[in-house]
Design a protein around this ligand. Structure first.
Ligand code: FEO
Length: 398
């Protein structure tokens, strides 16, 4: 029933071990998630955020075991999305007149979603709320990741409550970054950035620079999902600065879909060709029709170049790859090279259609596409290897 973080701050959120999909079906959460809510007790008591709607009643009952609800003076809603505001209806039924501190945009989104005339108090960057000995300072964070998003800083404890920013979909009882498996944590943090925050990278940099310019001590970052950054909290800030700056690692990723294995064979031969170029570039292959979309997006985010492959179907490409490119276009990845390939039986439009989509998604195509008729034979597969080798050489030259 609550986990004490400091003498003043207690975690009162919900760990969702069963969550496998988030944002409807849009985001895979292999390791579950958590909805972090924080209770701050000073001369006044403030509650930061709630939990996802299905856990609303459970949240309120658990909260009652930690704090007499009549003792709560302020509710702070950092963001209107219902994974954090979903507990408000049940909570406000108990304490209907308590002020809800939020941004003007959050007031709109909360009203639009819950249709309740709660006692909203809107705040702007620099506004403060005294809790007695300690004070909360609000920082608007529009587009990190909604127009209504907000952070706040608690002096004395030197904690930044960052809502979605710096979060991870990662269920754990261990609560702190230094206690969990570091590789799992990194994987969930970069996946979260790649799939949710990439379109707002410019704003991420600006916001981090703004917060750093305050020169405030920082003991912890408490996000609204996943672990609290307690050990070296600046590490996740530094990673965000890196990820926001057209991030790439050395790898090449091949993303394809296939109907009767021909395009798969092409993908594997191209990978072999890239390997034969001996430029030390790791190559990873993903079938967009079979593998997890968000994991593939994360690999694309990490790549310096991506090859996309599809056979021709109805004068176009297979739907899973088309859907993925639509998503990738929205994420606006930058500074990535590309090429396209695919098999065909009759008309063979896939590489033209795919090439156009890949360019529209922001990639730079560095060599003409490769198409092969029917199931590729040894000669065709040799062409694919040469295609891969040539692609690797162009990458190295760039
Ligand atoms: Fe975790 Fe944007 O909600």
């Amino acid at each position: 029933m609550g986990k004490k973080i400091t003498d003043s701050v207690t975690w009162v959120g919900k760990i969702d071990w069963e969550l496998k999909k988030f944002h409807g079906e849009d985001y895979s959460t292999h390791r579950g998630s958590s909805y972090n809510s924080y209770l701050i007790r000073d001369e006044k008591t403030a509650l930061i955020d709630t939990v996802w709607a299905p856990f609303a009643e459970e949240f309120v009952e658990d909260l009652k075991r930690v704090e007499n609800l009549a003792g709560i003076d302020y509710v702070i809603a950092n963001h209107g999305e219902i994974d954090h505001s979903g507990g408000l209806t049940a909570l406000m039924r108990e304490i209907p007149n308590i002020p809800i501190y939020c941004t003007e945009n959050a007031k709109q989104s909360l009203r639009g979603q819950f249709h309740e005339d709660w006692n909203f108090v809107t705040v702007k960057t620099g506004d403060t709320l005294s809790l007695g000995k300690k004070t909360l300072t609000f920082v608007e964070a529009p587009m990190l990741h909604w127009p209504d998003s907000m952070f706040e800083y608690l002096d004395g404890d030197a904690i930044l409550f960052s809502n979605d920013a710096f979060g991870q979909h990662y269920a754990t009882e261990l609560l702190y970054n230094d206690l969990v498996d570091q590789a799992e944590l990194y994987q969930e943090a970069i996946k979260y950035y790649a799939n949710i925050l990439t379109p707002f990278s410019r704003l991420v940099v600006k916001k981090i620079e703004e917060v750093l310019s305050f020169n405030l001590p920082l003991n912890m970052i408490c996000p609204s999902h996943g672990v609290i950054w307690r050990k070296d909290p600046v590490q996740i800030v530094e990673n965000y600065m890196k990820w926001a700056n057209n991030y790439q690692e050395g790898q090449v990723t091949i993303v394809y879909d296939t109907m009767w294995e021909g395009t798969r064979k092409m993908a594997e031969a191209i990978a072999e060709g890239i390997g034969k170029a001996s430029i030390g570039t790791p190559v990873k292959l993903y079938n967009a029709g079979k593998m997890d979309k968000n994991d593939i997006v994360t690999e694309i985010f990490k790549s310096k170049a991506v090859l996309f492959g599809s056979p021709t179907v109805n004068k176009g490409i297979l739907a899973p790859l088309s859907g993925m490119l639509h998503e990738v276009k929205g994420l606006a990845f930058k500074n990535k090279k590309a090429a396209v390939f695919g098999t065909y039986g009759w008309s063979g439009e896939s590489i033209d259609v795919l090439g156009k989509m890949v360019e529209e998604a922001g990639f730079e195509i560095i060599q003409p596409g490769l198409k092969k008729l029917w199931s590729p034979d040894d000669l065709s597969l040799n062409d694919c290897k040469e295609f891969g080798k040539a692609f690797a050489s162009k990458l190295q030259a760039n």
